[in-house]
Design a protein around this ligand. Structure first.
Ligand code: CA
Length: 429
């Protein structure tokens, strides 16, 4: 944006300086020449960037044939740069985030997958010592069990980012890794599709993560986290194991904290369970923190290290989390993310919801309810596109309009209050 402004300013200054008796046509010609020059300079930059990437690739074991084939016809993708620059002005509250990721639908879809892949999951548990519920929860949150894997060509996205100098060293490493994946033939080029930043497949690994941790778990000789569910499950298990998973230990559990608690907290602030106990931090459910039932289960000792996390401060739910929470957290460094996976794994096991309410009078809603909000908006004449349960810019602006007309506080958010108000409002004739 700033660059564009600078360019316009430059052109205006140019005209002011050189068109003393400005004739519009002259200025227009100059403008056209300059912007054409700008375009060709840009294309030249991209071409010379690719030429330099080619040199790097060849020194890193990528063959000229692989490189040339992969880069054939590649052009910068402006959408990728938009996503890179995008600063969401709409921050998702944690209760919305978790309600969308851990709803009845995902719990029951997850259970179906647990039963469908039970043999592979049993083998993954045995080989890597990682709980099958955690593996399936990661899969469910990362790609909705393989249904949502992203739509962008990795080579194009990563080349765009590198050549626009966006975290160049990082994305260059990812691009080189992608080229090496192509070279081994593990994954065909048409399947190297993913997020704008390069995460791909059912596990949404970055290419370098793929290189380090993806495994062939179905025995066909290829590591294919895009098309092979067993490879995706095995690779996730391997990831969590390498991230320090402790076999049989829980991720954590919800706790009660004493009123006016002002002691230690935070994911990195580890204390022994005995210490937490002495501070009055108690499991929410009496079944937690009991000695292990099976010999394979890891019993929690007084010396087990745990951290107290309170995602919305003392007013909301609090959790004691163990080493396995950190393993999940390393997959995508956000507490809300790790908590969603942890909670989904509990729910699939048959555990209940989070008991302490989040500090809001307008709780989050499930994907089924989000679709209902969208259907109700459509029936009331609002243009929201397709009722897909994804709350994007169009749905948010329709919600704002509806809130205005219904005399509700306007925040464009799809929560319980909007759903309730929509249900009792009249459809358009
Ligand atoms: Ca395989």
């Amino acid at each position: 944006m700033t660059k564009l402004k600078n360019k316009k300013l430059m052109l205006r200054n140019f005209c002011n300086a050189f068109c003393r008796y400005p004739r519009q046509s002259a200025c227009v010609i100059i403008l056209v020449v300059m912007s054409t020059l700008g375009h060709s300079v840009h294309a030249q930059n991209f071409d010379s960037c690719i030429a330099s990437l080619r040199k790097t690739a060849l020194t890193q074991g990528v063959s000229a044939q692989t490189f040339d084939q992969a880069m054939k016809g590649v052009e910068p993708d402006p959408e990728v740069l938009k996503s890179y620059e995008y600063q969401p002005e709409f921050r998702t509250p944690i209760w919305d985030y978790i309600s969308g990721l851990v709803d009845e639908e995902r719990v029951s879809d997850g259970r179906a997958q647990l039963s469908k892949w039970s043999q592979e999951l049993a083998r993954a548990e045995q080989e890597f010592g990682v709980d099958r519920y955690a593996i399936v929860a990661v899969w469910g949150v990362e790609s909705n069990f393989g249904l949502i894997k992203g739509k962008r060509e990795l080579i194009r996205s990563l080349t765009t980012l590198v050549c626009a100098n966006k975290r160049e060293a990082f994305f260059k490493g990812e691009l080189m890794a992608t080229l090496r994946i192509l070279q081994t033939g593990d994954i065909a080029p048409e399947y190297l599709i993913g997020s704008w930043a390069g995460a791909f497949g059912q596990t949404q690994f970055m290419p370098t993560t793929y290189q380090r941790l993806a495994i062939d778990f179905d025995g066909d000789g290829r590591r294919d986290i895009v098309n092979s569910v067993p490879d995706a499950l095995g690779s996730t298990a391997n990831y969590l194991k390498k991230a320090g998973w402790v076999t049989g230990e829980p991720w954590g559990y919800e706790v009660r904290i004493p009123e006016n608690y002002s002691g230690p907290s935070g994911r990195k602030n580890k204390q022994s369970l005995a210490k937490w106990n002495s501070l009055g931090i108690k499991p929410m459910r009496s079944t937690e923190n009991k000695p292990a039932k099976k010999s394979s289960e890891h019993s929690l000792a007084d010396t087990t290290q745990a951290a107290l996390i309170m995602p919305t401060g003392a007013a909301g739910p609090a959790f004691l989390v163990f080493r396995n929470f950190d393993a999940i957290y390393s997959y995508n460094a956000a507490e809300s993310y790790a908590l969603s996976i942890a909670h989904l794994s509990d729910r699939m096991k048959g555990g209940g919801g989070i008991q302490t309410p989040w500090p809001t009078d307008d709780p989050g809603i499930s994907r089924a309810e989000r679709r209902e909000v969208q259907q109700l908006l459509l029936a009331r004449g609002y243009d929201i596109g397709e009722a897909d349960g994804l709350i994007g810019a169009k749905t948010r602006s329709a919600i704002s309009e509806f809130q205005t007309s219904a005399g509700l506080p306007v925040d464009g958010r799809a929560g319980l209050k909007v759903l309730t108000a929509l249900r009792s409002s009249k459809p358009k004739n």
